[in-house]
Design a protein around this ligand. Structure first.
Ligand code: HEM
Length: 329
């Protein structure tokens, strides 16, 4: 063995020692595993990413070519939602000493914002990226399914804010049963058929599948959602301008910019129709200025709250000259 080979083996020794300890700890013979490695194939990209399964998940229900864009983009959104929840949970589901660290707030909320930035900026795929004629034809074949039934979007809301912020004005701060408050959560208004004033099938299905889960989650996150933790945190976090700015950006990304880009796609594909794809009056329900949802009450001034969404709408109408309108201040 020459000198450089000897050096290489010396570098390997501490790693081998560590591995030996690891296998000993789980009652396994390390030498057997090493033998196995001499014949094992290296991991392949397509196996690791599960490419075949992933690309097999887009299954159109109609012959219209653009339907696959609609399915794929929804799946992309769901994957981003999953990553957003993962970041949020690394603030909300931690031991106290960890969520009290400013650096962790900055890291997690920055990542959430980054995902939302991509979601907002890519929503045009749903607007100009699909043929209107195709959309109209295939969308009706998918009823009563609607993005309204995207449970992960609700998970994000429940993990981010207090139930109170998701209630209409007349229910805010009311000391009544949680179940009654939940029955009046803002999104249920989006599932009412305004002609008959009854729940749409879209909402009824959604309630049957998810109400129990959402209620459990609301209880779990009552004292650990982001807004709660922020208000309960010490001054190092609460007085920090960077954390405050990030929370403001987050609130605007999800509750103004995402909702506006979604509204614009609805406007293009459902022109003139009072009824949405789920049988709702989406023109009344979807605009952020009607919903007025803010997650982090304490970071906004009264004026900012009263003008919720106004600046974004102004920027949106100027978008031809101001390309990057989907960027919170
Ligand atoms: C052309 C594309 C789209 C159109 C025309 C559209 C239309 C609508 C409409 C009309 C509603 C109101 C409820 C209803 O009547 O069904 C709604 C709600 C909703 N959609 Fe979409 N949608 C589109 C794409 C998406 C995508 C890609 C997602 C991502 C998962 C999504 C997620 C949602 C969510 C979360 C709601 C509830 C919003 C809220 O409560 O404020 N939608 N959509």
């Amino acid at each position: 063995m020459n000198k450089s080979e000897l050096e290489e083996y010396n570098e390997l020794l501490p790693i081998l020692r560590k591995l030996k300890e690891k296998y000993k700890g789980i009652g396994q013979d390390f030498t057997d595993y090493l033998q196995g490695l001499t014949v094992a194939d290296g991991l392949k990209y397509w196996d690791y990413i599960h490419i075949d399964a992933l690309l097999g998940l887009q299954m159109p229900r109609t012959p219209y070519k653009d339907e696959i864009i609609f399915i794929t983009y929804h799946q992309i959104c769901e994957l981003y939602f999953k990553l957003i929840k993962l970041e949020i949970s690394q603030l909300t589901d931690l031991e106290e000493k960890e969520y009290l660290q400013k650096a962790n707030w900055i890291k997690r909320i920055s990542r959430v914002n980054n995902y939302f930035k991509h979601l907002c900026n890519s929503f045009d795929i749903m607007k100009s990226g699909m043929d209107r004629h195709d959309f109209k034809a295939f969308r009706m074949a998918l009823l009563p399914a609607s993005g309204f039934q995207a449970a992960q979007f609700r998970h994000i809301e429940i993990m981010s804010t207090n139930l109170n912020e998701l209630l209409p004005e007349e229910f805010k701060g009311k000391d009544i049963a949680l179940e009654t408050l939940y029955d009046n959560i803002y999104w249920k208004a989006g599932g009412i058929d305004l002609r008959t004033q009854t729940k749409t099938l879209t909402l009824l299905q959604f309630e049957e599948r998810y109400d129990g889960e959402f209620l459990k989650m609301i209880k779990k996150y009552k004292n650990r959602n982001i807004a709660y933790l922020y208000d309960a945190s010490d001054d190092e976090i609460k007085q920090d301008e960077e954390v405050k700015t990030l929370l403001k950006e987050y609130d605007q990304y999800i509750n103004v910019y995402w909702k506006l880009s979604h509204l614009m796609a609805s406007g293009r594909h459902l022109p003139g129709a009072d009824q949405g794809t789920g049988g709702t009056n989406w023109r009344k329900y979807l605009p952020p200025k009607f919903q007025r949802i803010t997650f982090f009450e304490s970071v906004w001034t009264a004026t900012e709250k009263s003008e919720w969404g106004k600046e974004a709408v102004t920027k949106m109408f100027k978008q031809r000259i101001e390309k990057d309108w989907m960027k919170p201040k």
